[in-house]
Design a protein around this ligand. Structure first.
Ligand code: AMP
Ligand code: MG
Length: 468
């Protein structure tokens, strides 16, 4: 009989000290909250051939799995932490999907590991629901991201500020290798592991790279694209620590992330981000900083280190112009301009300035740009009309605009509302919101229109939490 999950586990074949093999800790009474049938089909996973609650609850490890926790390090809010690692996540193994891409299947919240430090290895329902909703919405909006294959409740309580219902999310990623994974081995001077990791990443994610220098260039290019896409959606990641930077260029670790409603470029939501290091407008600068840390971790692999420092510094300095170009393409498309010119950068900036001045809703301003409704977002309608005339003169493409501006995003207040219902045992709002945010470009219907509405003053979410 074929395996319900067709595992082929390449990370587990790396040197054994790069991870810890271990089993998930079983939970009391796992129940399925959601499974992702389309994603399962793409991955060749036969959901009908398994007891999904038992498998995704970590109680039953499927044949072919090689469960392990990965070691990594990282800069957290700029401070070096030499010892992090999967503290509550367990990689079951990898599968190669129908698109030919290899992906990790990981349980997050599956129990303690040697990297748990003081944590319990668990997750609660709130962050599991948030990650499921936001990662699937990001995918639907065309942003590279980890995905959600399943969410289960555990039938156990986890203890945070309150006793909360436990849950586990099954996360799918092109890999869970981070900048921090490279940093872990570089900091220890473990050249064997650093070389093995580099070879693994090149073969797996960047087969065209001839060595570390190429790898750095290609990661920088992907990361610049990714951050431009976040900016184009008003998305604030919230914890851009180097341990949360995927080497494959995917958005990973949906903690205190948030989408901007009324536009202010200095917006920060995360309660732990006291100084706004990861504010919306700081994300590109932090992106370059994170790539400098990646470059530093690759230096020990180079024979001529002085030359490598020079070359890698130049590579990191290519991040800002790559980002600027990606930003112009992203926002140009949002205005309906397929080939934006440097003059169009001014047009975009002028709109963002007007939006900031009048606290215009980020998503709805762009979603309505082609209609009369856009000016309703502004207090200074004359200023907006003058801007709209300039855009009109550029002959924007309505189809490009429609495909570049989501009508529905997982607004913070809706996500909070769904989590609060879930905590009270009502999962229906989660599923309704999931349906809406996974069709972000569809025309609004009576059912979905409420999700396009910005929060009222009372509904507004001003703080988000890691909620680990
Ligand atoms: P995060 O903020 O989710 O990126 O996590 C940062 C680090 O803390 C990672 O090493 C996690 O594995 C670890 N961690 C977070 N929450 C827990 C938990 N409840 N139990 C054990 N480790 C955790
Ligand atoms: Mg993390």
């Amino acid at each position: 009989m074929s395996q319900p999950i067709p595992f082929d586990n390449s990370y587990a074949r790396l040197p054994g000290h790069m991870f810890t093999s271990l089993q998930p800790t079983p939970v009391k009474a796992p129940e399925v909250i959601a499974t992702n049938a389309d994603l399962a089909a793409m991955l060749g996973i036969d959901l009908a051939a398994m007891d999904a609650a038992q498998v995704f609850g970590g109680n039953s490890v499927p044949d072919g799995a090689a469960p392990l926790a990965q070691a990594y390090a990282g800069h957290q809010f700029g401070n070096w932490n030499p010892q992090l690692g999967d503290g509550r996540a367990i990689l079951l193994g990898e599968v190669v999907g129908s698109d030919g891409i290899r992906r990790d299947i990981q349980l997050k919240g599956a129990g303690p590991t040697p990297y748990s430090r003081n944590g319990d290895g668990r997750a609660w329902l709130g962050p599991v629901m948030r990650e499921y909703l936001v990662s699937e919405a990001m995918h639907a909006m065309g942003v590279p991201t980890t995905r959600a294959l399943a969410a289960v409740s555990t039938g156990e309580l986890v203890f945070r500020e309150d006793a909360l219902p436990g849950a586990i999310i099954t996360r799918v990623a092109q890999s869970h290798i981070r900048v921090g994974t490279f940093q872990f081995f570089a900091a220890r001077g473990d050249m064997g592991a650093l070389q093995a990791l580099t070879n693994h990443v090149i073969a797996r994610h960047y087969p065209d790279a001839a060595g570390p220098a190429d790898l750095l260039d290609l990661v920088i290019a992907r990361y610049a694209q990714l951050i431009a896409k976040w900016m184009g959606l008003g998305f604030i990641h919230g914890v851009m620590n180097t341990d949360n930077v995927s080497i494959a260029g995917e958005t990973i670790d949906y903690g205190p992330c948030a989408f901007i409603d009324d536009f202010h470029p200095d917006s920060v939501f995360s309660a732990i981000d006291q100084f706004g290091r990861y504010a919306y407008s700081n994300q590109p600068g932090i992106g370059a900083w994170n790539m400098a840390q990646f470059a530093t971790a690759l230096i020990p692999l180079m024979d001529d280190r002085d030359k490598a420092i020079e070359d890698f510094t130049a590579a990191v300095h290519r991040f800002p112009p790559l980002y600027e170009a990606a930003w112009l393409t992203t926002f140009g498309a949002k205005l309906g301009l397929a080939d934006p010119t440097p003059d169009d950068a001014q047009l975009i900036t002028d709109l963002l300035d007007l939006m900031e001045k009048d606290s215009a809703d980020f998503t709805n301003t762009f979603a309505n740009l082609g209609s009369e409704n856009a000016r309703d977002q502004f207090l200074d309608r004359d200023a907006f009309d003058a801007w709209a005339q300039r855009r009109h003169d550029r002959a924007p493409d309505p189809a490009l605009m429609a495909a570049s501006n989501p009508k529905i995003i997982p607004r913070n207040h809706r996500v909070e509302e769904v989590i609060s219902s879930g905590r009270n045992g009502d999962l229906a709002p989660f599923h309704t919101l999931l349906d809406a945010v996974t069709q972000p470009f569809a025309d609004l219907t009576d059912d979905t229109a409420p999700y396009a509405r910005p929060p009222t003053t009372d509904e507004r979410v001003t703080r988000t939490f890691c909620g680990t």
